[in-house]
Structure formats: structure tokens, C-alpha cells
Ligand binder design. Sequence first.
Ligand SMILES: Nc1ncnc2c1ncn2[C@@H]1O[C@H](COP(=O)(O)OP(=O)(O)OP(=O)(O)O)[C@@H](O)[C@H]1O
Ligand SMILES: [Mg+2]
Length: 244
Amino acid sequence: MTPHTPTPGQLLSVRNLCAAYGPAQALFGVSFDVAEGEVVTLLGRNGMGRSTTVKCLFGLLPATSGEMQFAGTSTTGMPSHRVARLGLGLVPEGRQVFANLSVEENLVATARATAHGRARPWTLERVYGMFPRLRERRGNLGSQLSGGEQQMLAIGRALMTNPRLLVLDEATEGLAPLVRAEIWEALAALKAEGLAQIVIDKNVGAVMRFADRHFVLEKGRVVWSGDSAALRDDTRVVSQYLGV
Ligand SMILES: Nc1ncnc2c1ncn2[C@@H]1O[C@H](COP(=O)(O)OP(=O)(O)OP(=O)(O)O)[C@@H](O)[C@H]1O
Ligand SMILES: [Mg+2]
């Protein structure tokens, strides 16, 4: 492993990350970083390694090699509950809200008092302020919610852990256009407050408007990275790797 010194303002650094499912290698030396307050995307077609990268970040899948640092602490090999305590919040693929808990129970189930840095701590009231629909549905079970409401709940639940970096695996997948717009608006408000984010989403147009930098994955490797202006100009990348 190559030791490296984090640059000032850097929140997350991933270096040469490799991972496998049994004998099948899925990541082949993925490197990227996220600065404080920055929004970064992981782009790519289906099966290219975006969720696998997320699983490694959260200690849900062990890296076979490589190095990860979050807020100056090495998280390589760290169990997921400790990674979460450092301030990484996950909105997982498929949302995974607790079906048999109410909206409010889902929100308090994972709440954590530790506020990182100077950020204002998240409360039920603050989450309901961001997503008024959740307040209306506060007594409903997770299983009774629409897809959009479940995604709002998954975001609210992650915020209740007071993250320094929010990671969204499929931010708006399968949602109706109006609900998508509402989610993007909420994420933009979080960005304006300085919350760093890693966003995975198939809607290249939306992420180009919202995110600062992009990392394109192809078969477990980063094949392109750059800012939104560069991605907009590089039609080859968009057609070759993103299939749009
Ligand atoms: N649990 C698993 N067991 C075995 N192989 C897996 C598993 N999960 C993913 N893979 C394989 O790892 C590779 C990367 O999958 P990954 O889930 O990271 O893709 P992705 O970029 O998130 O795309 P999508 O979410 O659209 O499937 C794929 O070849 C996939 O088939
Ligand atoms: Mg995925």
C-alpha cells in the first residue's frame, strides 16, 4: 500500500481500491476523493462497480487491497458501525426502510446525538421541515409509503445520524419526475449548507447541474474524471460509458 498524506480540506480519499465477490473481482484499483462540502458522483452503466465501491466505503464488503481515509482516519478494514460513527451516512440502493416501523420510528431508530464539526444537529423537526410529506405520514408504516416517500425517509434517516458525508446509491431511481425534482431540491439545499455528498444516479443531466465533480466507472475502474463543464463538453464519455 502506498501511504499518502491528505491534502488540506480533503474529507475522503480512496486509493487503489480492489474488491471481489468470492473469486470474481469487481473493483480494480479505484481511486477518487471528496473535499469538504463537495458533491461528487460515481457514474457508469449497470454492474460497473458503483454499489461495490459504496459497500467498501461503509465496511460492508472488505477491500482486498487499497486504502481509504475519512476525515484523517484510516477506515480500511473498519467495521461498518465505526465508519458510520465517524460521520458517513448511507442512503442505500433499494432504500431499505424498516417496513414494520412507522416513519417516525424509522427516523429515531438510527439517530445519533454526535454532531460533527459546527453543523447544526439534525432533529425530527428539521427532517420534517425538509420533507413535509414525512410529517404528514409520520404514523404510517414504512411498507405503506410510496417509493418517493421511502426515499425521503431513507435520506431523513441518514441525516439523523448527523453525517459529514452523505452517500446516496441511486438517489432518484424509479421515482416520478415531480418526486425526483423534490429530491434534487433537497440535496441542493444540503449542499448549500456545506454537506459533502457522493451521489449515484443514472440521470446525467441532473447530476451535471448539481454535482461538482464526476468519476466514471467502467468494469471496476475509473476511466474518466472531471468537473461538470468537462463532462458536458465530452460527448464521447457520455455516449461511450454512460450510454445516453
Ligand atoms: N453480491 C454479489 N455477488 C456477486 N457478484 C456481485 C454481487 N454484487 C455485485 N456483483 C457484481 O459486481 C459487479 C459490480 O456490481 P455493482 O453492484 O457494484 O454495480 P453498480 O455499478 O452498482 O450497477 P447497478 O446498481 O446498476 O447494478 C457486477 O459485475 C455485479 O454482477
Ligand atoms: Mg448499484
